[in-house]
Design a protein around this ligand. Structure first.
Ligand code: NAD
Length: 328
């Protein structure tokens, strides 16, 4: 069990992160842990099985198996990572009847003490702290380690991990996170990684809207998208939302942002809306004024309500929403 590792939630991010983790494990000639295997779980069982089949076909010694529940993952793996949509799914995966806590409860003391839970989901700070406390009461360790860097960073293995937990937990998690990311930052105690992530996404969510506004306005004024993006990206308006995730096709001729594939394969608008909600909720409970986050939440809510297709697509598709509003 000590050498087996697990992964729960093989979505846009998780699939790519698990791929990097496993590939590095399997191709490291010094890694005795490969014998322990790799166990995956997703409520989309077809996706989990396809992950396992793909890997076992490429690396037969990878020994990837599919577990039917998070509890089954925790029962057989000493270290595992959860990468789920948000708070309700993390609660379910940990506290549910077939959740991780139920497996930890049945473990011998020494096995529980050797268990490390890593949650990379972006979720509510309070929920994360509550779950980590429950894990620790059962003798295991847990860090929150949400990520920044998007699907591109997940695929390239260059994600930034923003980690919350005790120093020794951070030290235990770091070499594992290094297999999937470039920068591993200890932000503070339990929940601190999420606090940093929510603040970062507050900036990103607002910027993506304003970049859409500027790109639309520029075109109305007769500017070519690539010229305008080139100016912004080499001027004081430069930001990731414009230079990497620019929402206008043709604006970044040397790159392939989600808008070049009809906004598929990025960070879903519904998930960005969730992150705006995480910011405004924590803003209200801490007495921090967030007028732009509130405005952004209203806009992403309108996008998601108006068009269920855009809800699933990359959040830069907020530009499509603005474009439609301009046509009305
Ligand atoms: P996703 O919706 O693509 O993936 C989530 C996966 O979890 C899906 O495969 C789903 O079937 C699975 N799942 C849901 N509930 C489950 C459960 N109870 N048990 C097992 N599996 C379950 O989402 P994503 O884009 O991979 O994002 C995951 C997390 O990472 C979110 O919190 C998101 O905010 C954050 N994030 C995403 C990006 C991005 O660019 N996509 C970037 C940074 C952070």
């Amino acid at each position: 069990r000590r050498h087996t590792v697990g992964f729960i939630g093989l979505g846009q991010m998780g699939y790519a992160m698990a791929t990097n983790w496993l590939t590095k494990r399997v191709t490291d000639p010094n890694n005795a842990g490969v014998e322990g295997g790799f166990v995956v779980c997703d409520m989309d069982t077809v996706r989990a099985q396809s992950f396992a089949d793909t890997f076992n076909a490429t690396y037969p010694r990878a020994n990837v198996t599919v577990a039917s529940s998070p509890a089954d993952v925790a029962a057989i793996s000493g270290t595992f990572l959860t990468m789920l949509p948000s708070s309700p799914q993390v609660k379910e995966a940990y506290q549910g009847s077939t959740g991780i806590l139920s497996a930890l409860r049945s473990l011998p003391e020494a096995s529980a003490a050797a268990t490390l839970c890593i949650d990379s989901t972006t979720l509510d700070v309070q929920v994360a702290r509550e779950v980590a406390k429950q894990v620790k009461e059962l003798g295991a360790a847990m860090v929150d380690a949400p990520v920044s860097g998007g699907v591109g960073g997940a695929k390239a293995g260059t994600l930034s991990f923003l980690v919350g937990g005790a120093k020794e937990e951070f030290t235990r998690a770091s070499p594992i996170l290094a297999l999937m990311g470039g920068r591993i930052i200890h932000c503070g105690a339990s929940g601190a990684g999420l606090a940093a992530k929510i603040c970062n996404n507050l900036v990103l969510g607002v910027q993506q809207i304003v970049v859409g506004e500027a790109m639309l306005l520029g075109q109305k004024l007769g500017l070519e998208p690539a010229i305008l993006a080139g100016v912004i990206n080499s001027s004081t308006g430069a930001c990731w939302a414009s230079s990497v995730n620019n929402p206008v096709p043709g604006a970044l001729p040397d790159k392939a942002p989600p808008c070049e594939r009809d906004y598929e394969g990025g960070f879903q608008t519904a998930l960005m809306l969730k992150d705006m909600g995480l910011a405004t909720e924590i803003g209200a409970s801490t007495g921090s004024p967030l007028p732009l986050a509130e405005a952004a939440e209203v806009i992403y809510t309108a996008v998601v309500k108006e068009d269920a297709t855009l809800a699933r697509k990359d959040f830069s598709s907020v530009y499509k929403y603005l474009e439609r509003a301009a046509e009305e």
